[in-house]
Design a protein around this ligand. Structure first.
Ligand code: GUN
Ligand code: ZN
Length: 428
């Protein structure tokens, strides 16, 4: 019988969004312990209260450390793991030079299995417990990711990347095969254990109108699925979309016209948006996924977090591995902070930590299951050592409250700051 665990430390939970509070820190509560049993969070409170709740539970002492929901990375390309941090190209050159040749290799199931395992090992070591990933055009690449996630008991979303033009030989499907293969994968994986399917047309430059229409029809038939794509990442990409879809009102319209705008839609990057696009995204409750290390690394631009939050957009946060330059959501928070600074709107530590957990979980429509250290939620937790290096420790030692204590870890922390990770109530 599972008698459970009580983790002792600074347990951080959110009661609301720190973007809607006058003082962002008022959105958070700190408690002394969290109780875990049968894969779920049984409660949070004082250690004595948790002991009363689970009298037989094993105590895990993390005094002085910060215990919070595991990080949720809402937009990644796991097949780009081995080409992360490739030097010096703009988006389209980067795709052609590094990403597409690497993605070609995923026709080989054994290679896909190797990279899926490597990717989940790396992200777990960085405190990430859920990801939403593009795979490659090969259905085997989806099987590899989901099988690896299933074996680890992880909540993971993903889907077969669909492309039927402007991609090399061997990396194109068709409108029909993309529909059929995606539908077979939905039947095989969606809702199995903790896995969710995301219909994944890569972006409008690599799909014909026929393929976008087929993806829209598939989503209409399977509204239980997420749909993920890319939107307005770089200005030359936007100009290319205009030339490929001369009748479209804007980039978003190339999706909207084919039924690919919806509440379970995830739009990666969303930097250079026009007013009409912002209105439509908000009206639908669609999710924008901010990928700050990618945006600086590929030179895409500065996401308008403050403006988009103020108008009520749903926003998640992501590494965009491997266009992003890190597997770490801590590093991603640092980049989000820096982009906020460059726009004159710095983010509070509470806002940053919320984005990496509840924000992304809300974007993925999983906020009732993951993304917060609260009773009833699935027990995906990360324990942060707030003094993981001498440089961080000496700054944290001066801190007057938890936000000041965690901020050096946000700005300078990496996998050394990850003291422990729990997935589905199991220590990993
Ligand atoms: N746009 C279309 N595909 C990609 C990709 O793989 N990475 C990034 N950063 N942008 C994209
Ligand atoms: Zn991407």
């Amino acid at each position: 019988m599972d008698t459970g665990y009580i983790l002792k430390g600074h347990v951080l939970a959110f009661t609301t969004s720190p973007f809607t509070e006058e003082r962002p820190e008022d959105a958070a509560r700190l408690r002394g312990a969290v109780a875990v049993r049968d894969g779920r969070i049984a409660g949070t409170g004082t250690f004595a209260d948790m002991r009363a709740l689970l009298p037989e539970a094993e105590t895990v002492d993390h005094s002085g450390k910060l215990i919070m929901a595991g990080f949720v990375d809402a937009h990644v390309h796991y097949p780009q793991t081995a080409v992360i941090a490739s030097w010096g190209k703009r988006l389209i050159d980067w795709l052609n030079s590094y990403s597409f040749p690497e993605e070609m290799r995923f026709a080989d199931r054994a290679y896909a299995d190797e990279i899926a395992a490597r990717y989940l090992d790396l992200t777990t070591a960085h405190g990430t417990t859920t990801v939403c990933s593009f795979c490659t055009i090969h259905p085997e690449s989806v099987d590899a990711l989901f099988a690896a996630a299933q074996a680890r008991g992880q909540r993971v979303a993903g889907g077969k990347t669909c492309m039927d033009r402007n991609a090399p030989d061997g990396l194109r499907d068709t409108a029909q095969s993309a529909y059929d293969d995606s539908e077979a994968l939905i039947a095989r994986w969606h809702g199995t254990d903790r896995l969710e399917y995301a219909i994944s047309p890569r972006f409008s430059p690599t799909s014909t109108p026929e393929q976008l229409e087929a993806m829209g029809a598939l989503w209409a038939k399977h509204p239980e699925c997420l749909m993920q794509t890319h939107l307005s990442e770089q200005t030359d990409e936007i100009a290319w979309v205009k030339s490929l879809f001369p009748q479209a009102r804007d980039y978003l319209d190339t999706y909207e016209e084919f039924g690919l705008l919806g509440a379970k839609g995830l739009y990666g990057h969303a930097i250079h948006l026009e007013d009409r696009e912002r209105h439509r995204l908000r009206d639908y409750g669609a999710a924008l996924i901010h990928c700050p290390t990618s945006n600086t690394f590929i030179g895409s631009g500065l996401f308008d977090m403050a403006g988009l939050m103020a108008e009520g957009q749903r926003i998640g946060l992501a590494t965009d591995t491997g266009g992003g330059s890190s597997f770490s959501m801590l590093r991603t928070l640092a980049a989000a902070y820096e982009i906020g600074q460059l726009r004159g709107t710095p983010l509070h530590a509470a806002q940053l930590l919320w984005l990496a957990t509840q924000g992304s979980a809300t974007a993925l429509r999983m906020e009732d299951k993951i993304g917060n250290a609260a009773a009833g939620m699935e027990a995906d937790l990360v324990v942060l050592d707030l003094a993981s290096t001498p440089a961080i420790a000496q700054r944290a030692a001066r801190a007057e409250d938890i936000w000041e204590a965690v901020f050096p870890t946000i700005m300078m922390g990496d996998d050394r700051a990850i003291a422990e990770v729990w997935i589905g109530g199991r220590r990993v």
